[in-house]
Design a protein around this ligand. Structure first.
Ligand SMILES: NC(=O)c1ccc[n+]([C@@H]2O[C@H](COP(=O)([O-])OP(=O)(O)OC[C@H]3O[C@@H](n4cnc5c(N)ncnc54)[C@H](OP(=O)(O)O)[C@@H]3O)[C@@H](O)[C@H]2O)c1
Length: 352
């Protein structure tokens, strides 16, 4: 076996790909509670105090996560969210607190670094980082389509112009800033699970020939020590919450929201490519309308020409997607965009 690694490899006990991994034993047990579980995961969720972030936190909390840090700017919102989940009849029985609040502004890199340092000192690794924080930005949206003169259209398009920079900082730039800041802790999660550290180059070899490259190696005995299944080969994971607005050509919230979310989705895909040799996965969730602070006031009943499913997304919809992505059953999902919108982008002009 030849392995090219540039950073602190300890391969003495690493197990290479065994012949059994090239066959599927279709008679092996298939257990949804193993495949779609957050058991033992250390998770960070930005914007975790409300809406979709809190719904994802609840799904992972109820399904075995060992620690979930909720990050946001309002400490009281984070603390209330934790109290609510802990007091719920669905809360797991645990004497060790699972949920933690960290005040953090994702648009401020010093604030992000402080959160990283705190998590580093408390736990030392992060299995899953969820870039969920977001704002709606300047609202020029549907009103643009009601204008009667070119001057009105001009003014409508320029509405909230000076709010674009902050919207970009929170919705887009933070995807890079937060992901980059957490990389050492994501790598530490890989090492904890027995993966070799550092950059693993896929060659040498002819890239057109499949099945002969240099994979990252995993010491399976580490999994056993941690109490994880032997077939658990999940790599550390970044999940970015973009939007169906990333693809819509009809601007409902505002042009800044569309632009920042299109860019966030693209960055989530780029991260998967940048991090391919570094043992970190990246996927993107693109929700349609869900109840949250951001969508407060929306009635939530949609015609078939708006959301074919006829309703907003609900807790089942987002929880099952989150558990799929973070669970063992999602280990092979990397570089994807997962749309959860009841069919919305199929009935609007859209680019997806
Ligand atoms: N709900 C939908 O229909 C929908 C659809 C598509 C995509 N999304 C996306 O889903 C994500 C969650 O939004 P939501 O709908 O759940 O709305 P939400 O309830 O308003 O949640 C947004 C969260 O982000 C946090 N946040 C905002 N700016 C932040 C900053 N600078 N630093 C740290 N945290 C920040 C907010 O907390 P603080 O204000 O306390 O910081 C809040 O908890 C967003 O990225 C949104 O664009 C939502």
């Amino acid at each position: 076996m030849s392995t090219t690694v540039t950073n602190k490899p300890t391969l003495s006990t690493h197990i290479s790909t065994s012949p059994s991994t090239t066959k599927m034993d279709v008679t092996a047990p298939i257990n949804p509670s193993d495949l779609f579980s957050a058991k033992g995961l250390l998770v960070v969720i930005t914007g975790g105090g409300s809406g979709l972030g809190l719904a994802i936190a609840s799904a992972l909390f109820q399904n075995g996560a060992s620690k979930i840090y909720l990050l946001g700017r309002r400490q009281n919102v984070l603390e209330d969210a934790i109290k609510k989940l802990e007091a719920s009849p669905s809360a797991p029985k645990s004497s060790i607190p699972v949920l933690g609040a960290i005040t953090c502004d994702v648009a401020n890199q010093e604030s992000v670094s402080a959160a990283v340092e705190r998590i580093k000192s408390e736990t030392g690794y992060v299995d899953v980082l969820i870039n969920n924080a977001g704002v709606i930005g300047p609202l020029n949206g549907p009103d643009m389509y009601k204008t009667e003169s070119i001057e009105q259209l001009r003014d409508s398009m320029l509405k909230g112009w000076y709010g674009w920079a902050q919207t970009f900082a929170i919705n887009t730039q933070s995807v890079v800033g937060v992901s980059a800041a957490f990389l050492p802790l994501l790598e530490a999660a890989d090492v904890r699970r027995g993966w070799q550290a550092g950059r693993v180059r896929g060659g040498p070899g002819d890239p057109r020939v499949t099945g002969k490259g240099t994979p990252r190696e995993q010491d399976k005995s580490a999994l056993k020590r941690l109490g994880y299944d032997e077939d658990d080969d999940r790599l550390a994971h970044i999940i970015t919450v973009a939007s169906v607005a990333s693809f819509m050509r009809y601007s409902i919230a505002g042009l800044a929201y569309n632009a920042t979310k299109a860019a966030a989705a693209q960055l989530g895909k780029i991260l998967s490519s940048i991090l391919a040799e570094w043992g970190v996965r990246s996927n993107v969730i693109c929700p349609g309308p869900y109840p949250s602070e951001m969508t407060a006031g929306i009635e939530g009943r949609y015609g078939t020409d708006q959301v074919p499913q006829g309703r907003m997304g609900n807790l089942n919809d987002i929880s099952s997607l989150a558990l799929f992505l973070v669970g063992k059953g999602g280990a092979y999902i990397n570089g994807t965009m997962q749309i959860t919108d009841g069919g919305r982008i199929g009935v609007f002009p859209a680019t997806y």
